[in-house]
Design a protein. Structure first.
Lengths: 126, 179
C-alpha cells in the first residue's frame, strides 16, 4: 500500500453513505397501522404492544437473562436486564418505526413498527 | 554489530516477539475502547475498532497467517471477558474483516490507499458482527442497526487506515527485503 489516501477512498466513502441512507429509509418505511412495539424471542414473535393508547405497562420476558420491557404512550424501552453489558438498556427509548433494541444473550429484539393510529387492540400475545 | 542492517523481522524469534507485541496492543486498545460510553443514536456497544490497526500491520509486516492469530486472540478475549455472544460476534466480524483486508493490503496495484483499506476492513467487521447478531436473535430486524453502524464504521475505519498508513511508513524498514 503505497499511498495513504486516494480519490477512490473518497468515492468509496460516498458510496457507503448512499447505501447507508437507502438502508435507513428502507427500515423506516411502512407507517402502516398504529404505532406498535414488536418483541421477538429467539426469532419468534412474542408480543405486540399498542403504543398509541394511554396506558403504561411493564412486561418481564421469560428469558435467560431476564429482561423487563417498559411500554408507554409513544415509546418502548428495556428498563432492566440481567446480563453484564446491558446494551439493550443503554439503547434508551424507542419511538419511531425502525428503532430497535437487541439483546444477544437473551436472543431478544424489541422494535417499533407502524406509525398511524388505527387498531383498537391494546396488546396481543402469541 | 551493524544495528541498521540487523533490524529486520527475519528470524522466527523476532517475528514471534513482534506478533506478541501487536496482539497485546490489540487487546489493550480493545479494553480501552470498552470504557468509552455509548452514544445516543449509535448502536450501544459499537466501538471504533481501532485495534484493527494491529491486524493490518501484521498483514503488512509479517504474514496473513500471523495476522489471523491476532484475530483469534481478539475473539477469545471477547469470549472470555464478555461472554458467548460477544465472542461469536467478535469472531465473525474479525474473520470477515480479515478476509477483505488481506487482499486490500497485498494487491500489487490497488487504487485504494490505506484509508480505503481501513474503511473496507471496518465495514466488513460490522457486517460480520451484524450477521452473527441476526443469526443469534433469529430476527432480521436486528439489521436495523446497519445504517448507523455503516456511517460510524466509515469514520472509524478511515482513522484506522490513516493510522496504519503512517505507522507502516515508519516501520516499513523492519520488513525483510524492504529498504
Amino acid at each position: 500500500m503505497k499511498k495513504i489516501s486516494t480519490v477512490y477512498d473518497l468515492a468509496l466513502a460516498g458510496a457507503v453513505l448512499v447505501i447507508a441512507a437507502v438502508c435507513f429509509l428502507a427500515f423506516r418505511g411502512g407507517a402502516d397501522g398504529g404505532l406498535r412495539a414488536e418483541i421477538t424471542i429467539d426469532g419468534e414473535k412474542y408480543a405486540v404492544i399498542d403504543l398509541d393508547d394511554n396506558e403504561s405497562r411493564e412486561i418481564t420476558l421469560p428469558t435467560e437473562p431476564e429482561l423487563t420491557v417498559f411500554a408507554e404512550p409513544g415509546a418502548v424501552s428495556v428498563i432492566r436486564a440481567g446480563c453484564r453489558d446491558k446494551i439493550c438498556v443503554k439503547r434508551g427509548r424507542l419511538t419511531k418505526a425502525g428503532d430497535t433494541a437487541v439483546c444477544l444473550p437473551a436472543k431478544v429484539t424489541v422494535s417499533v413498527v407502524g406509525g398511524k393510529n388505527e387498531s383498537g387492540v391494546d396488546a396481543v400475545v402469541y | 554489530m551493524d544495528m541498521k542492517k540487523d533490524m529486520k523481522l527475519n528470524t522466527p524469534a523476532r517475528r514471534a516477539a513482534f506478533l506478541g507485541v501487536l496482539a497485546a496492543t490489540a487487546l489493550v486498545i480493545n479494553r480501552l475502547e470498552y470504557l468509552i460510553p455509548s452514544f445516543a443514536f449509535l448502536p450501544p456497544g459499537a466501538k471504533p475498532g481501532f485495534s484493527n490497526v494491529t491486524v493490518m500491520l501484521a498483514v503488512a509486516l509479517l504474514s496473513p497467517a500471523d495476522a489471523f492469530v491476532i484475530v483469534l486472540i481478539k475473539g477469545v478475549f471477547a469470549l472470555v471477558t464478555r461472554g458467548l455472544t460477544a465472542g461469536l460476534t467478535a469472531f465473525c466480524g474479525g474473520a470477515l474483516s480479515f478476509a477483505v483486508t488481506v487482499p486490500m493490503l497485498r494487491a500489487k496495484r490497488s487504487p485504494f490507499g490505506s484509508v480505503g483499506a481501513g474503511i473496507v476492513g471496518a465495514l466488513a467487521h460490522n457486517t460480520g458482527q451484524l450477521a452473527a447478531a441476526v443469526m443469534i436473535t433469529g430476527t432480521l430486524r436486528t439489521a436495523a442497526y446497519f445504517p448507523a453502524l455503516a456511517v460510524f464504521g466509515l469514520i472509524s475505519g478511515s482513522l484506522t487506515g490513516l493510522v496504519f498508513g503512517h505507522v507502516y511508513r515508519a516501520l516499513k524498514k523492519l520488513k525483510p527485503g524492504q529498504n
